[in-house]
Design a binder for this molecule. Structure first.
Ligand SMILES: C[C@@](CO)(OP(=O)(O)O)[C@H](O)COP(=O)(O)OP(=O)(O)OC[C@H]1O[C@@H](n2ccc(N)nc2=O)[C@H](O)[C@@H]1O
Ligand SMILES: Nc1ncnc2c1ncn2[C@@H]1O[C@H](COP(=O)(O)OP(=O)(O)O)[C@@H](O)[C@H]1O
Length: 287
């Protein structure tokens, strides 16, 4: 029996565009977005335990273990497995190397949760299929189902209605402005435009490099001048925009050398990295 899975990537995502089309009665917003997976992210190790305990081995600054999405994902899977099969005794030691900034709009916490659900479903042999695991993931956050879906996607609803989409091969420069943005702060703003007209997936596929906008960007840049400064700087080199509810800002390049050149020019006050877009999640075939 396999007891461990090591060096599992929890990839970052970018929102290549993000339109807010309305608001549901429960306050959640109706969106249209394209999610792009990157070859850069957090790294997680899983070792199963026989005593049912879920133990986060590493410290994550500012996130107590019981509220960590990794621990919450593992516990939710235990409960779902107990409902499906009767009592489920397995637990896990989970080690995480956090590379993604929190409140960065890169989906770090959601991706950690998705990787946890996929890895432990495999190790514990709990036997949930992709759709079942996505439904469990949605209880943890609107972005989690996308990572379990495992491929670049055109998303609607609150982000959980997904269709696979082909995206162009691109290298991305991602700059971290050094501020942490709470998603709920941006969505609750009075200034947020919630009336962008619906688009079709084919509209994106035709002109993807310059398609659409991020409706959350105006709100985030007003509240966080550091984000505005990064966008202003990176726009010298292309159509720089914010991902998700911020704070990170990205720009796409056709060739790696172009991205590397820009990387070297970025002012030292900002953390920056480059990543390649990937077409599928490295753990996709576990399901
Ligand atoms: C904006 C997006 C775009 O991909 O990503 P991030 O920038 O957070 O990574 C997502 O929609 C975020 O997904 P996620 O980060 O999982 O959000 P959740 O934890 O479910 O929700 C956080 C809060 O954001 C608001 N929220 C989230 C999603 C949505 N469609 N409408 C909302 O109004 C709600 O106020 C909710 O309480
Ligand atoms: N494993 C985790 N990694 C990151 N953040 C987590 C994790 N578990 C819980 N959180 C909480 O989720 C919040 C959002 O983090 P994250 O998903 O990285 O940002 P974003 O939604 O902007 O992409 C953090 O500020 C933190 O309080």
């Amino acid at each position: 029996m396999i007891r461990s899975l090591k060096h599992c990537l929890a990839p970052a995502k970018l929102n290549l565009f993000l339109h807010v089309n309305g608001r549901r009665a429960d306050g959640y917003h109706l969106l249209q977005t394209v999610f792009q997976l990157l070859d850069y992210g957090d790294s997680l190790d899983f070792d199963t335990r026989d005593d049912g305990v879920i133990h986060r081995v590493s410290e994550v600054s500012g996130v107590p273990a019981e509220s960590d999405l990794i621990v919450r994902a593992a516990k939710l899977l235990q409960i779902a497995a107990a409902q499906k099969h009767g009592k489920h005794p397995l637990g896990a030691d989970i080690t995480i190397k956090k590379n993604l900034p929190m409140g960065g709009g890169l989906g770090g916490g959601s991706s950690d949760a998705a990787t946890t659900l996929m890895a432990l479903n495999h190790l514990w042999k709990t036997g949930f299929d992709r759709a079942e695991l996505m439904a469990i993931g949605l209880r943890l956050g609107a972005d989690v189902p996308f990572f379990i879906f495992g491929q670049n996607a055109f998303a609607e609803g609150i982000g959980e209605t997904l269709q696979p989409v082909e995206t162009a091969d691109r290298w991305y420069v991602v700059i971290e402005p050094g501020v942490q943005i709470a998603t709920s702060l941006i969505f609750s703003s009075e200034e947020l435009t919630r009336t962008t007209k619906l688009v079709k997936m084919a509209d994106f596929s035709g002109h993807q490099d310059y398609f659409g906008k991020n409706d959350l960007q105006i709100v985030a840049t007003r509240l966080f001048p550091a984000v505005a400064a990064v966008i202003h700087w990176l726009q010298q080199y292309g159509d720089a925009r914010m991902t998700g509810s911020g704070a990170c800002v990205f720009c796409a390049f056709e060739r790696e050398e172009q991205a590397s050149k820009v990387l070297q020019l970025v002012p030292k006050c900002w953390k920056v990295w480059k990543a390649k877009g990937i077409s599928s999640h490295p753990l996709k075939d576990l399901l």
